[in-house]
Design a protein around this ligand. Structure first.
Ligand code: ZN
Length: 139
């Protein structure tokens, strides 16, 4: 395990724009407030979504495409640098009208309505490719 102390530098709340991409909105917020690292939670609803499931045998992400309105019952993630870009690693629990849930790594989703809370850390976090998992993990 690698770890480091972090201090909260600032916190923001934001309303995500209807029709925009869910993850891109969070990355835009991080860029706007110049966040080198952070942690966020969010909730709301989306018009569609693409979740990814990481297969630990194949070392591949497999997409789960959902073309339907869904509630974002819970969304959690973090901000760190991936190469030259701020990456919002985003996971979500989405729900259907009957309450059935679908969950996973959220790659993309079209915002219907969204509210986010971002905690910005004073420190910077970076990702680097990890040989064992074939994932981009924190240094
Ligand atoms: Zn993930």
């Amino acid at each position: 395990m690698n770890y480091q102390a972090v201090e909260t530098e600032s916190e923001y709340v934001a309303r995500l724009e209807t029709g925009a991409d869910w993850r891109a909105e969070i990355e835009a917020l991080a860029a706007e407030v110049d966040a080198d690292a952070g942690w966020f939670t969010a909730l709301g609803a989306v018009q569609d979504a693409e979740l990814w499931f990481y297969d630990q045998d194949d070392l591949e992400y497999y997409p789960i495409e959902l073309d339907e309105p869904l509630e974002v019952a819970s969304c959690v993630g973090n901000i760190s640098w991936l190469g030259e870009e701020r990456f919002a690693h985003t996971h979500a629990v989405l729900s259907r009208p009957d309450g059935e849930t679908l969950a996973g790594h959220l790659d993309a989703a079209t915002v219907w309505a969204g509210e986010a809370h971002l905690r910005v850390f004073a420190e910077s976090l970076e990702r680097e490719h990890d040989e064992t998992t074939d994932l981009d993990l924190w240094l």
